[in-house]
Write a protein that binds this ligand. Structure first.
Ligand code: NAD
Length: 256
């Protein structure tokens, strides 16, 4: 009985930033649970390769373009999904960007870009797809927050990234409460350091990387699959009583 709660057969899952890294792995996890996947990404080569890869593994995956910071592009993605499938059951707001920079060196453009992709776009996408979920009276939204929205990383600096992820957590809770009685659950995952292209830069700075490892109780970076498993839980009926949760998956980083 309990394993069935993770079954996503026939459900349609849209994953933003689904072309690589954590998003691609979340696609693999939801697909293996039976979901039909829409890998939506700004990078055409990346998203096409990801869809081809998952299709070759026997999963049902299509690649669609989106710039999550552009509300017209998000609306067009939602229209395409509804035209093609007639439903949307799961939205994973995974697209994200990161820059390491000291506060006084962050330009207006850089601050706005990080906030646009990591926070504003979470709202744009939740609004565009949440509308259809509310009409259907069911749906699950999973947002990629970060431990950086709970604590301040060190020794590296990234005030915009940390602020953007804290906002994502609060958007998650606000929508969760607003939609709680209408069948749509909204939760977030707060990953610690995960080995993807986003964190490659940290590995090129030994003094930063060593400190990051030292501050992580498990003493290692996580794998994208360890975040994908958390996403599967939050996207599925296994988490039917969870809404507004910020699920830490950080090797214990925020536990102390
Ligand atoms: N890697 C980590 O350590 C870590 C830790 C905590 C949280 N996160 C979060 O997890 C998510 C995924 O991170 P990742 O490490 O896989 O990153 P990544 O850089 O490997 O992948 C991000 C994906 O988002 C896409 N993207 C970027 N801007 C976009 C836009 N405007 N519209 C559509 N797609 C866009 C990129 O093309 C890319 O495919 C992000 O939200 C990130 O902040 C990552």
């Amino acid at each position: 009985m309990y394993l069935k709660l993770f079954d996503l057969s026939d459900r349609v899952a849209v994953i933003t930033g689904g072309g690589r890294g954590i998003g691609l792995e979340i696609g693999r996890a939801l697909g293996q649970a039976g979901a039909r996947l829409v890998l939506a990404d700004i990078d055409s080569a990346t998203r096409d390769k990801a869809a081809a890869q998952l299709t070759a593994e026997g999963l049902e995956a299509v690649a669609l373009p989106v710039d999550v910071t552009d509300t017209a592009s998000v609306a067009s993605l939602a229209d395409s999904v509804m035209d093609r499938f007639g439903r949307v059951d799961i939205l994973v707001n995974n697209a994200g960007v990161s820059r390491l920079n000291a506060a006084l060196d962050i330009s207006d453009e850089e601050w706005r870009w990080v906030m646009e992709v990591n926070s504003n776009a979470v709202f744009w996408c939740a609004r565009a797809f949440g509308r259809h979920m509310l009409d259907a009276g069911k749906g699950a939204i999973v947002n990629l927050g970060s431990m950086s929205g709970l604590i301040i990383n060190r020794p590296q600096f990234a005030a915009h990234y940390m602020a953007s992820k804290a906002a994502t957590h609060h958007i998650t809770k606000a929508l969760a409460v607003e939609w709680a009685t209408r069948g749509v659950r909204v939760n977030a995952i707060a990953p610690g350091y995960i080995g993807t292209e986003m964190t490659m830069q940290l590995k090129t700075m030994p003094e930063v990387y060593d400190k990051n490892i030292d501050m992580t109780p498990m003493g290692r970076f996580g794998e994208p699959s360890e975040i994908a498993a958390a996403a599967l839980f939050l996207a599925s009926d296994a988490s039917s009583y969870c809404t507004g949760s910020i699920l830490s998956a950080d090797g214990g980083y925020t536990a102390w």
